[in-house]
Design a protein around this ligand. Structure first.
Ligand code: SF4
Ligand code: SF4
Length: 177
């Protein structure tokens, strides 16, 4: 499967699943979407390799900025707090989870440590609060995504970035909240 087909299939797998059975935005006033529209250039969600091309034509509701100082082909997407749901990027689809590759290349599906600042679900130590079908879909999509060597490399780098993040003193003290 080529990268574009992989991304489209991952979008499809994650199209209708949500972190909870019911709408979780009532818990937090949709903090994950509202929190991304601060206008700060460095606020937003990372795009997976190939998503920039997949989302070409979305300029009306989404800005895409290069963050090449972090990784040469990395882009940050910013929105105004609303979007056509069928076009939301992968980072939004899997939130507050994230695919993670261990040093031994084992794929884990983890609570994203960066999510604790926004998402009440991410502050739960027990991941079973999340809807099982959602967790299963994130795993299924992630298995497909790492079949592309470039996306796999991105998830590997992201995992090391998350390791650095969780080793920061303030994270260790406050758990990212
Ligand atoms: S911040 Fe968490 S609880 Fe709130 S809408 Fe987003 S995923 Fe749901
Ligand atoms: S793209 Fe959509 S789902 Fe993602 S943060 Fe913006 S409004 Fe929320």
């Amino acid at each position: 499967m080529d990268r574009l087909s992989i991304l489209k299939s991952a979008y499809e797998i994650l199209e209708n699943v949500t972190p909870l059975r019911q709408d979780c935005s009532s818990l937090c006033g949709q903090a994950c979407c509202i929190g991304t529209k601060s206008g700060d250039e460095e606020t937003g969600m990372f795009l997976f390799p190939g998503e920039k091309e997949l989302l070409a034509g979305c300029e009306a509701w989404m800005s895409i900025t290069s963050v090449g100082h972090i990784r040469p082909d990395l882009y940050l997407a910013g929105c105004k707090g609303s979007c056509p749901r069928n076009l939301r990027p992968l980072s939004c689809r899997v939130f507050p989870l994230t695919p993670y590759l261990t040093e031994n290349e084992i794929l884990l599906i983890k609570m994203d440590p960066r999510a604790g600042q926004l998402c009440p679900l991410a502050r739960e130590t027990d991941r079973s609060v999340l809807h099982r079908e959602f967790v299963k879909a994130v795993r299924k999509a992630s298995v497909l995504l790492i079949s592309d060597p470039g996306i796999r490399a991105y998830i590997r780098d992201l995992s090391r970035m998350l390791d650095d993040y969780t080793s920061l003193p303030w994270y260790r003290l406050f758990g990212g909240v």
